[in-house]
Structures are given as C-alpha cells and as structure tokens.
Write a protein that binds this ligand. Structure first.
Ligand code: NAI
Length: 212
C-alpha cells in the first residue's frame, strides 16, 4: 500500500507506539485511551491524536483505541507488504552483536546477509545469517531483494561502503562508523554513535537539565 510521505519524527513515534501497544496487549489489555498512550510514550494526548489522524485511525468511540487494530494500522504504514531485508557490512565485534540481536527477533526486519572483506569471516553462517565476501555484495543484494544496509566497518571504509550500497540500489542506510557519510537525494542515511549520545547524557545528567 502506498502512503504519502510521513515526517521522520512521526515515524519514530509510530515505531514507539507499536512497541508500547504490544506491551499493553501482553499485559492482557485490549484497549487504551489516547491519554494513556501519551503517558506511556512521554508525549501529549493532542500529539497522539494528531498522529492517529495522520495514519487515518479513528479508534473505538467509547473504549479508546483497540491495541491490536492500531498495531495493524501502524504496520500498514511502517512495514512493507513483505519482510524488509537488511545487508550488514563489517562482521567484526559490533557486526556480530547486531547479527545475534536480530537472530532472536521476530518481525518485519531481518538481516538477510552479512559481508566482510576478510575471508576468514565469510562463507559461513553466524547467528543464523549467511556471510559472504563483500565482492559479491551487488549480486547478493539483487538476488535476495535487500533494501536496507547497515555499516559496521572501520571509519575510513564507511563512505566507500555507503557508495557500494547505493550503487547496488539500497535506499536506506544505518551507519555505525564514526565518520560522516554523504548520500545522494533519494537515499536515507542515519548515523548512530553511542559515545556521542553518552557524552550528551553525561552532560545533561551532570547539569540536571534533562528534558523529561
Ligand atoms: P572490528 O574491527 O571488530 O570489525 C570491523 C570489520 O569490518 C572487520 O571484520 C573487517 O574485516 C571489516 N571490514 C573492514 N573493511 C571492510 C570493507 N571495506 N568492506 C567490508 N568489510 C570490511 O570493529 P568493530 O568494533 O566491530 O567496530 C566496527 C565499526 O563500528 C567501527 O567503525 C567502530 O568505530 C564502530 N562502532 C560504533 C559504535 C556506535 O555506537 N556507533 C559502537 C561500536 C563500534
């Protein structure tokens, strides 16, 4: 199903709502009100209602939102009709940790293949994921229908790895290497850096100027 482009912050909130709604269902509840979802998500009922309008969900009138129904509705926005397949490049310490994490998860995302330039790390299965030589990247991306790439190589190889992903047709990249990565328009790239985030947290923790 095609939807109009949804702002990045809204997508982040929808991901969070879906996690929270799954917890609500697991606790045995079927419905909840907008103010309850807002409290769980640390935002306002008005924000929750605006987000519901964006995704076209109106809810049950008296009992609030139906958790299963809303999870399904969010899924129609966030998920592709088929599983999103990920390629990870760099099967080192971080790469392996990510492979292990995904091997125990069930959901709409899976790491379909991992790649490395070091032959001692390829032609094997790690945490249920097939590991190939990076030379085969383009072919495997096409063969397996991969649409998202994760970069876990040393910083100096981050940009060449991103270029290789873009050339193979990948449109979404998550970069863990501590180096900025340039991508052309039409490709979405986000970088994650635990130490930057920790420095920020340490600062706000120290100064007591937290936002929540
Ligand atoms: P590592 O040295 O254990 O693993 C790097 C892997 O990349 C190795 O297997 C190596 O053979 C492979 N590699 C190198 N060049 C390659 C290329 N051109 N193509 C394919 N594979 C290639 O390093 P580690 O500890 O796993 O860290 C990986 C990256 O993640 C580093 O850039 C590190 O700074 C970063 N990192 C980022 C964190 C974050 O919070 N964003 C946290 C930890 C690490």
């Amino acid at each position: 199903m095609k939807h109009k482009q949804i702002p990045e912050k809204t997508v982040e909130r929808l991901v969070l709502y879906r996690h929270l709604l799954r917890d609500v269902l697991a606790s045995g509840r079927e419905t909840l009100y907008s103010h309850e979802l807002a409290a769980l998500a640390h935002n306002t009922p008005a924000q929750v209602r605006r987000d519901m309008m964006i995704i076209g969900y109106s809810g049950k009138s008296r009992k609030g939102y139906g958790a299963s129904e809303l999870i399904k509705c969010i899924g129609q926005i966030l998920d592709e009709s088929t599983e999103t397949k990920i390629a990870l490049v760099g099967i080192g310490n971080l790469g392996r940790a990510i492979l292990s994490y995904f091997s125990t998860r069930q959901g709409a995302l899976s790491v379909a293949a991992a790649f490395d330039s070091d032959e001692t790390r390829t032609d094997r299965v790690i945490a249920g994921c097939r590991c190939f030589n990076v030379k085969d990247f383009k072919d495997k991306v096409k063969e397996l229908g991969i649409t998202v790439g994760v970069i876990t190589v040393p910083a100096k190889y981050a940009q060449p790895t991103a270029n290789m992903m873009i050339e193979a047709g990948i449109k979404g990249i998550l970069n863990f290497a501590p180096a900025p990565v340039q991508v052309p328009e039409g490709v979405f790239c986000e970088s994650i850096d635990i130490s930057t985030t920790l420095e920020k947290i340490a600062y706000f923790g120290r100064t007591g100027k937290g936002t929540s």
